[in-house]
Design a binder for this molecule. Structure first.
Ligand code: SAM
Length: 286
């Protein structure tokens, strides 16, 4: 069981933190249970609004929507859960494919932002939940999305076990993996004559590499596939996502063109895990 006392610099591993985080009091003592009790206050820093992180990232947002749509189009779901869904950025897309959508998020601040962001969609449930302890009935969820959360889970073993528990036999999990084995790193390692690490790599700045700081790792997709298999989960399809993520390119290439190219690269580059983000379509192993 791991307990993380963390404060947040979401998606900004190299930024200097200026203010103290809000401490969220623990309501109950840690329970003795098989699931993780990771702290929920990582994204509760009042000085950081994750909604603003997305300013100027239309290409990345659209790339992720393209990937998710590609993986679930032609399917219809009863209950979709966006695990670690933040302020609900992807919930509206999920609603097009599911009768019911739940935003499951451990940060109260993110849920508060979601209240405003999803104000015209009161039918979307917002629940304060950790990925390792989702509380849903076993086998009750037929679509789960876990996007940009793996950064914060150096060892996702308890979470994968929980995903297996709540997923229905025919259900799908879309798992986004922050990919350490992306094209540029691959070239770097080849030039150094080294092989890519199998373990997650801590990508925080030196000053943020403290025990009380939020974990921030990139993973080797091969290791994630093994960890999923260990939990009884099997990857059915892979996409390489945000392949053109580069501030320089975004400045000079029109977004429409970027997305057209991105769309064709997602399946083409999947086998070599080229992009900084890998999307796995996962099912329960038979
Ligand atoms: C980078 S944000 C991504 C939010 C959203 N999925 C998106 O893509 O817009 C990471 C999210 O993971 C959540 N998170 C961190 N640790 C988590 C855990 N153990 N269980 C569930 N969510 C977690 C954070 O609270 C935060 O909302």
């Amino acid at each position: 069981m791991s307990t993380q006392k963390t404060k947040s610099i979401p998606n900004k591993p190299n930024t200097t933190k200026k203010s103290s985080p809000k401490k969220t009091p623990r309501k109950s003592p840690a329970k003795k249970q098989a699931v993780t009790t990771r702290r929920a206050d990582q994204y509760d820093d009042p000085n950081h609004n994750y909604l603003h992180y997305w300013n100027g990232r239309d290409y990345e947002h659209a790339s992720e929507e393209v990937a998710i749509t590609r993986l679930i189009k032609d399917k219809k779901f009863k209950h979709a859960v966006d695990v670690g869904g933040g302020y609900g950025r992807l919930c509206l897309l999920l609603e097009q494919y599911a009768d019911k959508v739940t935003l499951a998020e451990p940060s109260q601040q993110q849920l508060d932002i979601a209240k405003e962001f999803l104000k015209d969609h009161p039918e979307i449930d917002r629940k304060l939940l950790q990925a390792g302890d989702l509380k849903f009935k076993g086998g009750s969820i037929d679509l789960m999305t876990v996007i940009r959360v793996m950064h914060h889970l150096p060892d996702p073993t308890p979470e994968f076990k929980e995903f297996h528990r709540v997923l229905s036999d025919k259900g799908y999990l879309i798992l986004e993996v922050a990919n350490y084995a992306h094209g540029r790193n691959r070239v770097k390692y080849i030039l150094k004559g080294k092989s890519l690490p199998k373990e997650p790599v801590d990508i925080r700045s030196a000053e943020n590499k403290r025990k009380d700081e939020i974990p921030f790792v990139n993973h080797n997709p091969h290791t994630i596939i093994k960890q999923l298999a260990h939990a009884g989960l099997k990857v059915e399809r892979t996409l390489s996502v945000s392949n053109l993520r580069s501030p320089g390119l975004k400045k000079i290439v029109p977004q429409k063109l970027m997305l057209r190219v991105e769309k064709s690269l997602q399946p083409t580059l999947a086998n070599i895990y080229f992009g900084p983000s890998v999307f796995f379509l996962v099912k329960k192993a038979k």
